[in-house]
Design a protein around this ligand. Structure first.
Ligand SMILES: Cc1cc2nc3c(=O)[nH]c(=O)nc-3n(C[C@H](O)[C@H](O)[C@H](O)COP(=O)(O)OP(=O)(O)OC[C@H]3O[C@@H](n4cnc5c(N)ncnc54)[C@H](O)[C@@H]3O)c2cc1C
Length: 616
């Protein structure tokens, strides 16, 4: 969409707008004669107070946003200084939603106010609409010059604000969503059509989970100039303190016993799930990445666009999730370690999502026919003992529990899982929010109604993740698609590399909770063991995007085989292998497939050698 097209049909006037430029980061202004429209991106506020930046649904709703994740206690105000170019009456629009509206329940837990110079506008926000939309904030009178704009949370229950518009054009309504809203944002923020270059790289790794971080570190150690782009402030993905899953799976296994040395430097292992933040040592993995001479780390940056030249990716665009600025990364070689296969998807890589049928693959653990079920995602949580712990509010908008259905525990484990039959990309916000409803209202039941509620009286909800941990979504297809038969028959591939030791661990909705609630947030699983099995290298690159390597849960496997390869010490070793492959590709000027075709011996040498810190 052309820049100005967003204005067509968007409201009266303002057609001949003139961009008056950025006011500060994430703030912009459009002028049309004496009419003024100002956009403030909430995530770019100078002071986030107690609000969190949530970028997880950017590809669907268009932006990172601020989330008032206070576990039932209102969080500190987020504030921003603004300069109003003229005094007078402004119409206010706030992009938000009532996050429990999809369930048709009473109430709106995510309420918040907007204050200008300490005075609240009349509207309470977050009270209407199940979709992201611009809630009408009425009008506010301001003086010319500096003012403080604040978001004031009223509940601590995950109110959310994407952006705020102040306009003197009473007929103007910001575009609802999609390309029009995107064009409006770009115009108002003065973003250039072509983002500035981030510099010259041999290899760009997108996604800083254990797989992506291992890939980038190994590439750097082997002399490959690498960029690692991660959309959170920390590395580690599910293994970080934001999600708190410990890394499992064997390392240093036959045939390449040095694979896993880097994983051991960076992954938090065997420390349990949903434990205290310190156990996942975010600092250690960040330090390891920062220590690398050939590695530039781009945190809080999400890749939102891909450019192609024929079958190759020529560049990706990263958007800063706080500042709203963009950078362009050109390179001959890329890696998709995003879990969701986001880069491959944008580049048109062939992929699968859901379960293959036994009729397709012959896998005994597959359903008879293909379907769309995936494993779910989790919102982990814990509580702490706190004598005189405060009450927890009732949650009439939550999942309604009774003595039979309440989960009587002090903390979550992997079983807190939902999604399954939902699309884990397009419906991800719904699934995350469903889990938040379940966590809060289960806790409210235990504290307020449970027949043994005294056991929870001196406990306080201590931590609830808002970054959900995913297990499955897109699987990008390579030259080999690993399946259960390969594993059962111990098929010997010449390019065998990473050895998977975890059993085929597949999750499905727990029947009791499915029956009680229609949609389960608790999982059951099947987990048969198998002999250690080496994954072929040909699962680690896209079969139709020529310069795209893969590591993590988005590699080329069936749903059933994902059950074994998905644990993080295994995905980390995949990262090590593609880091080594990047060296072979870079040196020889060949694509990932070329490594299998003509340089496999070189890759094998590197895998034998390993890339761990020798005296580390
Ligand atoms: C509750 C739970 C329990 C589990 N139990 C275990 C266990 O006990 N042990 C174990 O080893 N595994 C376990 N797993 C599985 C394991 O955590 C996942 O399979 C693994 O995290 C996948 O690794 P990954 O690197 O592919 O993805 P991730 O760990 O999700 O890392 C990918 C990273 O890329 C970032 N990203 C995504 N898109 C972009 C983009 N466009 N731009 C920039 N960055 C992007 C994401 O924010 C993320 O941080 C569990 C999973 C869950 C959810």
């Amino acid at each position: 969409m052309k820049r100005r097209d967003f204005l067509k049909g968007a409201g009266a006037g303002i057609l001949g707008v003139m961009a008056a430029g950025r006011l500060g980061r994430g703030q912009g202004i459009l002028k049309d004669g004496d009419r003024v429209t100002m956009l403030l991106e909430a995530e770019a506020f100078a002071n986030h107070g107690g609000w969190k930046v949530d970028q997880q649904f950017m590809d669907q709703m268009g932006s990172p946003f601020l989330l008032a994740h206070g576990l039932g206690r209102p969080v500190e105000d987020a504030t921003q200084e603004v300069r109003f170019p003229r005094g007078g009456e402004y119409r206010v629009w706030v992009r938000t939603r009532n996050w429990v509206a999809p369930w048709n329940v009473d109430g709106a837990p995510g309420k918040f106010r907007l204050l200008v110079n300490g005075r609240p506008v009349d509207t309470v926000f977050g009270t209407e609409g199940d979709e992201w939309h611009w809630q009408d904030g009425g009008t506010v009178r301001v003086d010319k010059g500096r003012a403080t704009v604040a978001l004031r949370d009223l509940t601590g229950f995950d109110g959310r604000c994407d952006a705020i518009v102040f306009t003197t054009d009473k007929g103007f309504r910001p575009p609802h969503g999609g390309p029009r809203l995107d064009a409006f944002r770009r115009e108002a923020l003065g973003l250039p059509d072509t983002p500035p270059s981030a510099g010259d790289y041999d290899f760009v790794v997108v996604g800083g989970g254990i797989a992506g971080t291992a890939a980038a570190i190994v590439a750097s150690r082997l002399g490959v100039k690498t960029a690692l782009i991660q959309d959170r402030p920390v590395l580690g993905g599910n293994n970080s303190s934001e999600i708190r899953v410990h890394a499992l799976g064997g390392v240093n296994k036959h045939p390449y016993k040095a694979l896993g040395d880097v994983v051991k430097e960076i992954a938090a292992t065997h420390c349990g799930n949903a434990e205290e933040a310190e156990k996942y040592h975010d600092e250690r993995i960040l330090k390891a990445a920062r220590a690398e001479d050939n590695l530039d780390l781009y945190l809080n940056m999400r890749v939102v666009d891909v450019e192609k030249d024929g079958n190759r990716i020529s560049a990706v665009t990263g958007k800063h999730t706080h500042k709203n600025t963009e950078k362009r990364f050109e390179a001959p070689l890329f890696a998709d370690c995003t879990g969701d296969g986001n880069v491959g998807y944008m580049a048109g890589a062939e992929y699968r999502m859901g379960r293959e049928g036994e009729n397709q693959t012959g896998e005994s653990m597959a359903p008879e026919k293909p379907d769309e079920m995936t494993m779910g995602c989790s919102v982990l949580w814990n509580s702490r003992k706190e004598p005189g712990a405060p009450d927890f509010p009732d949650c009439p908008w939550g999942v309604q529990f009774d003595e039979n259905t309440a989960w009587k525990t002090f903390k979550a484990d992997w079983k807190w899982e939902a999604g399954y039959w939902r699309n884990m990309i397009t419906e991800f916000e719904y699934v995350r929010d469903y889990l938040l409803r379940a966590v809060y209202s289960n806790w409210a039941f235990l504290k307020n109604e449970h027949e043994n509620k005294q056991k929870w009286a001196d406990r306080e909800l201590n931590w609830v993740a808002y970054v959900a941990g995913k297990r499955e979504s897109r699987r990008l297809l390579g030259d080999v698609i690993l399946d259960q038969l390969d594993i059962d028959n111990a098929k010997k591939y010449p390019d065998a590399c990473v050895t998977a030791t975890w059993g085929i661990d597949l999750h499905h909705p727990h029947p009791k909770y499915k029956k009680a609630f229609g949609e389960s947030f608790i999982a059951a699983n099947r987990h048969p063991h198998h002999k250690p099995y080496p994954i072929p290298y040909r699962c680690l690159y896209s079969r139709n995007v020529d310069n795209l390597l893969l590591a993590g849960r988005d590699i080329s496997v069936t749903h059933v085989a994902l059950g074994t390869v998905r644990v993080m010490r295994t995905t980390g070793m995949m990262g090590e292998v593609i880091g080594m492959a990047s060296r072979v590709c870079t040196q020889a000027g060949i694509p990932p497939r070329g490594v299998y075709k003509s340089r496999l011996d070189q890759l094998k040498e590197l895998m034998k050698e390993g890339a761990g810190l020798k005296n580390g």
